[in-house]
Unconditional design. Sequence first.
Length: 191
Amino acid sequence: MSENLRIQIVVGSVREGRVSLPVARWVHASAAELEGIDAELIDLVEWALPMFALATSPAMGDYKDPLQQRWAAKVGEADGYIFVSPEYNHGTSAALKNALDYLYAEWNRKPVAFVSFGNAGGARAVEHLRAIAVELDMAPLGDAVHLFGVRDKLRGGQFEADTKDKKQLAQLFDSLLWWGKALQTARRGHG
């Protein structure tokens, strides 16, 4: 009997009126319909991580700050991640980058997929996130969801995906499930 993958869907913006939240809710609701995934929505607004300024690099693994320790415990629960990110100035949001910078080992050897929007469907934010993920020893997936006209798809605060969006998300989930299971098995064997 196989165990479900624990996937955290991270809302990558903390701005007022952010589109990331309704998009992340769509991703979360879609994940909840799938077998093999236990999805959790992680909203960075609720974590209120101050700009990382601690003296010790997270790569050292010596977390002394209580908020950093709680964040590490939460992130460490997951088998993989989906980052829902806007594109700001050809990159990801400062809030998401900061949340990633807070930790190191908890991200390691886990798959990460991306849902993004903005200019060019958020492609440059995804490119930015893939480079960061490599440095965090994550496995960034090639499949991503690039949303176009995202504000036009909001209805009553909810994101209404079109056929292309749904198809991209289905491909992303297929890839995430495969890599998630493979890396989960590898981590257990390495452990």
